[in-house]
Design a protein. Structure first.
Length: 438
């Protein structure tokens, strides 16, 4: 088929917009329920994301907050006062999540603690019979992510992973566009995440533990170290013991889209990664502030790249994804998407689609999907299988960087030379915490 004929074919088969089934926005606020449908939620980790998610949940009819837990009493007290002001109800307060889980009135929990806690808290919540919304990345290592996935499958409970783009209508549409074949053969996928905060915080000295903080319970299974505010609220994500830097913070969200669109369900052929602290800034950070990860597949390449401290990037977006096909390139981020066609003899091979603005946060829809999963058995948009896969892709990028090696898998999808990396795949928990065995 000549290029001209292919263009004719695509144009005559209805044009791009006409062939894509668009997903309408669901208005969850219109759902009305009987009072008996009260669903009581507990929150574990209240500061930033957790409180935001809880607020979305509380906007849904019949959802109440039965208890909140945080190891920083200052945070918890403030959030409890806010919840009382908003709802007129005072939630029960817990400094140990295991006591919150003993509360039989709670139906579900939201887990929004630093990543090194996700595994234990999810497993214990499922054991306590709760439905779970757990933030991304599913866990801080591949082994812990796998344990959560297995436990979720066995539990019969609803488990939603906090990759809220999966509930976003423009992301769903973009996946449909890729899968429609309109872009032609996809040969390269470029993902980038350039964020100012990604260079890590300014260095500060170790200090005493702030009043009201149970630091031992903040560390949990992570190695003992003196308190340092850089390793605490928010900036913990720049230290391997608690997080994975920009690659797990933003990478899990962005990598999720090509994994979904390209139906990738296993490891790549190979992954390698290069980078370092190249900004010249003397920040407190374990990771590379400048990093490229190359994922190799049979007939396309995928590349992640981040530049912490930089806020510009390809196509005038400081973060995003570009799917490069023979007929055109689709560029997408949370603000919207566009298609830039290839040209043959001066004519576009497919219709150009100018930037389609979205600019909408999707946490509310993702939480609503979780609640619908519990109440009505609606299919969950980000089950642990999908959460596992994108956490896996983010972690293998970091492992390739940390070990300065190319990771490859044998034809049974088993990592070659796993022995060399096993300490990065399976964490050693600090006593008395024990990695769950399933
Ligand atoms: N989906 C998204 O868009 C999105 C955005 C931001 C963060 N996140 C994820 O949310 C999670 C939390 O991130 P954050 O930015 O809110 O972090 P944060 O540091 O601001 O808040 C974490 C809270 O957890 C508390 N905590 C720590 N250990 C605890 C324990 N054992 N028991 C109870 N509470 C404990 C901390 O005291 C703090 O209040 C992370 O996994 C992060 O990756 C997701």
């Amino acid at each position: 088929m000549s290029k001209y004929t292919r263009r004719q074919f695509i144009k005559t088969s209805g044009g791009v917009l006409a062939t894509i089934p668009f997903v309408p926005l669901t208005d969850y606020s219109s759902l009305k329920l009987a009072p008996s449908d009260t669903l009581s939620i507990g929150l574990i980790g209240c500061k930033s994301m957790g409180y935001g998610l809880l607020n979305h949940a509380l906007k849904i009819d019949g959802v109440v907050c039965g208890g909140i837990c945080d190891v920083d009493y200052n945070v918890m007290e403030q959030k409890a006062a806010d919840i009382e002001k908003k709802t007129g109800r005072v939630p029960a307060l817990y400094s140990d999540y295991r006591e919150l889980l003993d509360n039989n009135d709670l139906d579900a929990v939201i887990i929004a603690t630093p990543d090194h806690w996700h595994c234990l808290q999810t497993i214990h919540s499922l054991e306590a019979g709760k439905h779970v919304y757990v933030e991304k990345p599913l866990a801080n290592t591949i082994a812990e992510s796998k344990i959560i996935h297995k436990a979720s499958e066995k539990s019969g409970k609803v488990v939603q992973v906090g990759q809220q783009q999966r509930s976003g209508e423009h992301w769903i549409n973009v996946v449909k566009i890729i899968q429609s074949g309109i872009l032609g053969k996809i040969r390269h996928i470029n993902l980038w995440g350039n964020f100012g905060y990604g260079q890590g915080p300014l260095r500060v000295k170790d200090s005493s533990v702030p009043m009201g903080v149970d630091y031992d319970m903040w560390l949990g299974p992570a190695p003992e170290r003196r308190f340092n505010s850089n390793h605490f609220h928010g900036s913990w994500r720049f230290f391997w013991n608690y997080g994975g830097g920009l690659l797990t913070d933003w990478g899990t969200h962005l990598l999720d889209i090509p994994l979904w669109a390209m139906n990738i369900d296993g490891p790549p052929k190979a992954v390698s990664s290069f980078g370092g602290i190249f900004s010249g800034n003397d920040r407190a950070i374990d990771m590379a502030d400048t990093q490229t990860v190359i994922y190799q597949f049979d007939d396309f390449n995928m590349r992640w790249e981040h530049n912490g401290g930089v806020e510009s990037g390809p196509f005038n977006h400081h973060y995003g994804i570009a799917f490069v096909g023979n007929n055109g390139t689709l560029i997408v981020n949370r603000q919207g998407w566009e298609i830039r066609p290839e040209f043959t003899d001066g004519s576009p091979v497919i219709d150009s689609i100018p930037f389609q603005e979205c600019n909408r946060d999707h946490h509310d829809l993702h939480i609503a999907n979780f609640i619908d999963g519990i109440r009505k058995g609606t299919e969950i948009n980000c089950p642990t299988h999908s959460g596992y896969l994108s956490a896996f892709y983010a972690h293998i990028g970091n492992i390739a960087y940390r070990t300065n090696s190319m990771l490859t898998w044998n034809n049974k999808s088993v990592l070659n030379n796993e022995g060399n990396f096993s300490h990065l795949i399976t964490p050693e928990y600090r006593t008395p915490w024990k990695l769950p065995v399933l």
